[in-house]
Write a protein that binds this ligand. Sequence first.
Ligand code: DLL
Length: 431
Amino acid sequence: MYWNYEAECMSRDRLQQLQLKRLRQTVERVLKVPHYRRILQSIGLEAGDIQELTVLSALPFTEKKDFRDTYPFGLFAVPQNEIVRYHSSSGTTGKPIVVGYTRHDIAAWAELMARALTCAGTTRSSVVQNAYGYGLFTGGLGVHYGAELIGAAVVPASGGNTQRQIMMLKDFGTSILTCTPSYALYLAEVMYEMGLTPDDMQLKAGIFGAEPWSENLRQQIESRLGISALDIYGLSEIIGPGVAMECEEKCGLHIFEDHFIPEIINPATGEVLPYGEEGELVLTTITKEALPVLRYRTRDLTKLTLEPCLCGRTHVRMGKITGRTDDMIIVRGVNVFPTQIESVLLEVGETEPHYQLIVTREGSLDLLEIQVEVSESMFSDKIKRLEELEHRIHSRIESVLGINAKIRLVEPKSIPRSEGKAKRVIDQRQF
Ligand code: DLL
């Protein structure tokens, strides 16, 4: 049930003592990094000043920009000969972010991933088909090392080659599937096309993350694949997957607080918000050697809760990520996140969970078009029925989100499928 009972279920008191000690060590470590040394010296802060966890809010934020400005290795706290692995995330603009790991970091990451995989019921008897991309992306190797540490059999499928994935799911008796939620949906689609159903498989659970997905999408994936679908969160700058993981209770993701300290801030002012309030997640690493990071602004929006969880883990839980501050589209002044639209589409039903948002501008007016696929039978049905459905989605979007969007029902399988992170928004506005 647990991978590391001692760490995952420790009392809050002990946890906080451990965090304090490790935070102090981290501040010592970052003083070796010119970027942090400069900032910490300018505010006159030394490792010895870390006497309470509340000091955290006096520490500087780290942003994506800091990684870019110091590309490639400027934030590293160890000499290069201690690095045993690099990963990198491409991002959409500018230089990639490069991250490095010492041998100790790789071992800690494997431990975190073993905990995460165990949350979904992975044991040494499991067959884990890992369809996260292998390579510079942290998803592939992150899951791989955790599954091997447990002693499960890993199928290092990586992304793509979907028909072959289905064949392996069936023939290898895969019990745990790991990939993005959008790829899980695509796998389900291809499985049915190949004339197979969940009864032909031994799949039990899926560990899906790397992109936002709604509760409604979870239900779709669970019913199509006949599994329990759990959410895993992480980001390259912090370690990769394995920062937080949902347990079988499915009521939030436990953040592995003996390695990371989370905070929620108001993204506009930087002010720390209390538990329960939604804002931007900020993470501090407290065990990383190669790349310790103070107060990293993730841009991901969520909230934290300390309510006891039935699973017995004592680590704080974060809600599903509702969006990213930079994923948010502002349509005529209204903030919209793709997951909100996904949720409405799936709630109205009769459409497929494949959609894309196209934003354009006519004169000074923003226009949002929601393209969503309908089923084969629906598409060949009477125009009137399609129009009615468009109308229903339109009014539901208007009442829930307060925006007037154009709904376009499109042919089945016309929206590009993704093998990794789905591209939900196409913003064609010129700013
Ligand atoms: O996506 C690491 C990962 C791999 C996580 C596999 C989970 C599974 P990056 O490519 O650096 O790392 O992207 C990190 O992806 O800041 C979030 O915006 C988003 N993200 C990751 N997990 C989730 C999730 C990997 N469960 C960025 N829900 C993060 C929503 C997620 N968004």
